[in-house]
Design a protein around this ligand. Structure first.
Ligand code: 4FV
Length: 249
């Protein structure tokens, strides 16, 4: 997968792109990420990218011409022959596991637009944006962190990036449920012991325990996830029995 980023703060991405999983993926050539400074596409000597909002009101708005020039220089032509252009913004579709998998399977080239200030001139959306993605219903000061969230989530979908493919397969949400609890040494902390089954060596029993715990965690922390018939249909026999137990008054 190749991802190009447009931002006025390219330096924000440096540590992220050389650290941990994403850093290794870039190093191993499994993922290509190029960060471009939007100001490179300005034409005035002040390299300005924002201006007063028409209609007044506080804050500044990012100019359309510089964005249009920049995006068209990185992603010219028509889809699918050109990279897919994503604007990170609170107006976008909510990013979740299904959205990450859809973007990862349908596109191998992306251009991510990271806004700043109050927002970007609406004509940018109309002329050079294919879709908007939001990481959550809150307002940040810039699209850079949302872009990093998207890059990290997408990188885990690239074969070979996550060491144990099974861990991607068993990631939370992949099975549609929250993850089961995890434990490691020491076996006891302030009276809190590791569940015996995990010390039993009985892998079938451990697997059943983990299945039940995933349902229990979802029931307790995200019961909304269990309203989805698709998710319910994907439950194992063990999980269905556990859910009945939990639902029994
Ligand atoms: C955001 C979000 C977000 C809005 C104005 C950048 C900021 C500023 N992006 N998910 N939530 N963006 O808050 O994606 O320009």
């Amino acid at each position: 997968m190749r991802i190009q980023v447009l931002t006025i703060f390219p330096e924000l991405f440096e540590p992220f792109l050389r650290t941990s999983l994403v850093g290794r993926a870039v190093e191993q050539g499994l993922l290509a990420v190029e960060v471009h400074d939007l100001r490179e596409y300005t034409e005035d000597r002040h390299r300005s990218v924002d201006d007063e909002p028409y209609g007044g009101g506080g804050g500044m708005v990012m100019n359309a011409p510089v964005w249009i020039r920049a995006v068209r220089s990185l992603a010219a032509g028509e889809p699918p022959a050109r990279p897919w252009r994503i604007l990170l913004s609170p107006q976008g579709r909510r990013l979740d596991d299904a959205a990450v998998r859809q973007i990862a399977t349908e596109h191998d080239e992306l251009v991510l637009l990271c806004g700043r200030y109050e927002g970007i001139d609406e004509r940018v959306r109309e002329l050079v944006v294919d879709e908007e993605v939001s990481i959550g219903d809150y307002v940040l000061s810039g699209g850079e962190l949302p872009a990093m969230v998207l890059i990290e989530a997408l990188s885990r979908q690239v074969p070979g990036v996550v060491g144990l493919p099974k861990s991607v397969r068993e990631d939370s949400f992949r099975s549609g449920l929250l993850d089961h609890p995890h434990y490691t040494r020491p076996a006891e902390i302030e009276g809190h012991a590791v569940p015996d089954v995990l010390l039993s060596g009985d892998h079938a029993a451990i697997e059943r325990w983990r299945e039940r715990q995933a349902v229990r965690a979802t029931w307790e922390k995200r019961p909304d996830l269990l309203d989805d018939p698709e998710r319910l249909a994907a439950l194992t026999e063990e999980q269905r029995r556990e859910l009945e137990r939990l639902r029994r008054p």
